[in-house]
Design a protein around this ligand. Structure first.
Ligand code: GMT
Length: 380
């Protein structure tokens, strides 16, 4: 198939899922065309089946808010016509689903029927999307998509709860490349960070409010009061400065390192004893899956889709959002030397069911079904 993929090109989240999906599809012989405003971070190799089309946004003094959605719709039309796309897959509803709808209507006037699949990822539904300024457009463009998927059962439920969506939603969970995300031998690196065999706690995210970084620091402070421990924080975002200040205020800064954005996150995860994800909302928790694939148990909140991934008492623990005391207790339980190996083993075993090899065919089957149903409808 010739597949167009629209996504955010950024580190983490939906952009990573979309890019890894496109790379996997290209390896299986599909021709994949990425359409984004800059080259996706994980689009780090090129082959004969991978193409990248940049969306340019002309500037004009009148535009206080440059109309990205129009430029994107125009680019989709252009790529669909010239590359003869069979299907378009958009990741994250805002503004990709409505740009896809506009492109689809324009293409119709040129005799081209472009099937559109929309994958909802999380905050496009649970946070930003349900804001009254976006809600009518999101509802409309989900219903106007030819196929809709969510990354967890929980997000599917939230979509039906917050929007008047009539379409069937298929759940296709996020996935991981186990060839890349596996525990690597990094003893020298671990010794450098934890010279006295301290336990190492890790968190990776975009440092937005929704990730509750303050809870991470609070859990760490409590754990460190009981056992020698260090904390590595990977990523960057709006909360970072305030959290650096808080670490200094709580006098734990010497044992906390903010590493910023990192490409090879699997190297850091390979050192970790525990991963922390106390998020306010989390439709799936891809970062936790990456940790589990590197044999790291997870202490998390029970928000959204996390319990579908992190099995309570088996691969880690899930507690109510904000329950720092429970999260601390559970962290200390897992970090006991006689507990850790079993939790590590279970984390890896559960991560294996999300192997890209198992999930990619689900997307292929969904594309095929969507393509056929659009074709049938066009014939009738
Ligand atoms: O807010 C974020 O964490 C980024 C966001 C995104 O779409 O880029 O992540 C969401 O999508 C990820 C990939 O499907 C999920 O693993 C995350 O759980 C989800 N984040 C939230 O729901 C907060």
């Amino acid at each position: 198939m010739k597949i167009g993929i629209v996504c955010y090109p950024t580190f983490g989240g939906s952009g990573v899922v979309a890019t890894e999906l496109g790379k996997g599809l290209a390896q299986r012989g599909h021709q994949v065309h990425f359409i984004t405003y800059s080259q996706p971070v994980r689009l780090d190799f090129i082959n004969e089946n991978l193409f990248y089309h940049q969306v340019y946004l002309p500037s004009y003094p009148l535009f206080q808010y440059p109309p990205y959605e129009l430029a994107l719709a125009g680019k989709i039309v252009n790529v669909a016509l010239h590359e003869k796309l069979d299907l378009l897959h958009v990741h994250y509803a805002i503004p990709h689903a409505s740009a896809a709808f506009m492109a689809k209507q324009i293409l119709k006037t040129r005799g081209v029927e472009l099937p559109v699949v929309t994958t909802l990822h999380g905050t496009d539904i649970t946070l930003v999307g349900k804001d009254s300024s976006f809600e009518p457009v999101i509802t409309f463009s989900i219903n106007a998509s030819d196929g809709v998927t969510t990354v967890s059962e929980s997000l599917k439920k939230d979509t039906y709860a917050h929007f008047a969506v009539e379409k069937d939603i298929a759940v296709i969970p996020n996935f991981i490349d186990l060839e890349r995300f596996k525990k690597q031998k990094k003893e020298h690196f671990k010794k450098a960070i934890c010279p006295n065999d301290e336990k190492l706690l890790v968190h990776t995210s975009n440092f937005r409010k929704v990730k509750r970084i303050e809870d991470i620091l609070a859990i760490f402070r409590n754990v460190r009061a009981e056992i020698p421990a260090k904390l590595l924080l990977v990523g960057d975002g709006p909360e970072r400065n305030a959290m650096e200040e808080l670490a200094r205020k709580w006098q734990i800064a010497d044992d906390v390192r903010f590493l910023g954005k990192l490409e090879a996150v699997e190297e850091v995860l390979s050192l970790a004893d525990l991963f922390l994800m106390p998020s306010e909302k989390e439709s799936f928790g891809l970062a936790a899956l990456e940790a589990m694939a590197c044999e790291v148990p997870v202490i998390a909140s029970d928000a959204g889709g996390i319990p579908e991934l992190n099995i309570d008492g088996v691969t880690g623990f899930n507690s109510p959002v904000g329950d720092v005391a429970a999260m601390t207790r559970n962290a200390l339980h897992i970090l006991q030397d006689d507990m850790l190996p079993a939790f590590r083993k279970n984390a890896l075993a559960n991560a294996q069911q999300f192997d890209i090899v198992n999930i990619l065919p689900q997307y292929e089957a969904f594309y095929e079904a969507t393509y056929q149903s659009v074709r049938q409808a066009a014939i009738v």
